[in-house]
Design a protein around this ligand. Structure first.
Ligand code: NAD
Length: 313
């Protein structure tokens, strides 16, 4: 299978490197000029679990990929959520009638955006707990373990979905086929929705927020807002299980001392956040279904205010 990674930042680089190392035919597509040029010149450098490696993977700006017209079997989308629409427009020339498009972005509602550009039969949705970070142009840091869940949106896509799961497993990416991937997507969004925005606004790590007297009340309210909205979409979140999961993240021996990625994006790097696709998505859906979600609304507004104050781009 010929695989294109559309959005070759931190996560796209991880998937590109691991798939390429496993012998797959991979290309990368990105718009970040310095990053693309560095990879063209020196290859994609990574600190991969402590070892410095270089993987020579072809990389292109979107306007250069015309040569791959009609040849890509699978596209793995890995932009930030607010960049999804623009990449879907730019990859159009490389899509065949049956090219599968796998979305592994964090957040909710991406299927609505993707369905505007891609036939439902070709869409695969998923999410992942792998992590990755950018060191600088052409260079990433890949540390630790992870896995990912995926499923076809249309029943006709199941056979290829299973093939893709196998490719991801063989590359060490621990792909799992899920009969109800939307549950995984909502569960992860709920975990992010309870912690990421709050830690960003409070400018604190996960452990310090967890140690506050109000944390239990705050996360319970947010989880209940997610659960009430998810229920209308036939996703029944296990509120107690998610609460335990969130509390387990406070442990400094796990990820308690970490700052969530939204904090890293906004406070540390002055980048716009994905809040509109996490708490913001629950607020918008709640409005549509007539379900009050005041905490999700306030968190979304405060994160946007912080983006403005910091001049995030
Ligand atoms: P990133 O910002 O490092 O990478 C996104 C890349 O997309 C950038 O290199 C950017 O230049 C590129 N891009 C943007 N618009 C484009 C376009 N129109 N055409 C081509 N390229 C374009 O982001 P990331 O950290 O890799 O995150 C990607 C997604 O994965 C997000 O939804 C994030 O929440 C999710 N995620 C990230 C992690 C992590 O540890 N980084 C973990 C799990 C999930």
């Amino acid at each position: 299978m010929k695989i294109a990674i559309a959005g070759a930042g931190a996560m796209g680089s991880r998937f590109g490197i691991m798939l390429h190392k496993a012998g797959n035919d991979v290309i990368l597509i990105d718009t970040w000029t310095d990053h693309v040029n560095a990879i063209k010149k020196f290859g994609l450098k990574a600190n991969f679990n402590g070892e410095d490696i270089v993987e020579k993977i072809p990389i292109f700006f979107p306007e250069e990929v015309q040569d791959y017209k009609d040849s890509i079997d699978v596209v793995i989308l890995f932009t930030k959520a607010m960049q999804l629409e623009s990449i879907l427009k730019s990859i159009k020339p490389i899509l065949k009638k049956d090219t599968k498009v796998l979305c592994l972005l964090n957040g909710l509602g991406h299927e609505d955006t993707i369905e505007k550009y891609i036939d439902k039969k070709n869409i695969l949705l998923g999410n992942t707990i792998w992590t990755a970070s950018i060191i600088g142009p052409g260079e990433v840091k890949l540390f630790g373990d992870g896995e990912l869940d995926l499923q076809n949106v249309h029943p006709a896509g199941k056979e290829v979905a299973l093939e893709i799961v196998k490719i991801l497993k063989d590359a060490g990416l621990n792909g799992n086929y899920r009969e109800n991937v939307k549950y995984s997507i909502w569960r992860k969004a709920c975990l992010n929705g309870a912690i990421n925005g709050i830690c960003t606004i409070l400018d604190t790590n996960i452990m310090s927020f967890g140690a506050t007297k109000v944390s239990s009340q705050i996360i319970t309210t947010i989880i209940n807002e997610f659960a009430a909205v998810a229920k209308v979409e036939n996703i029944i979140l296990d509120v107690e299980e998610i609460k335990k999961l969130i509390i387990s993240t406070y442990d400094p021996n796990k990820i308690g001392s970490h700052y969530p990625s939204m904090h890293q994006d906004l406070i540390q790097n002055k980048r716009l956040t994905e809040i509109d696709y996490i708490n913001g998505a629950v607020f918008r859906k709640g409005k549509k279904y007539n379900i009050p979600t005041p905490y999700c609304q306030l968190i979304t507004e405060l994160v946007h205010a912080k983006e403005e104050i910091l001049g995030a781009k």
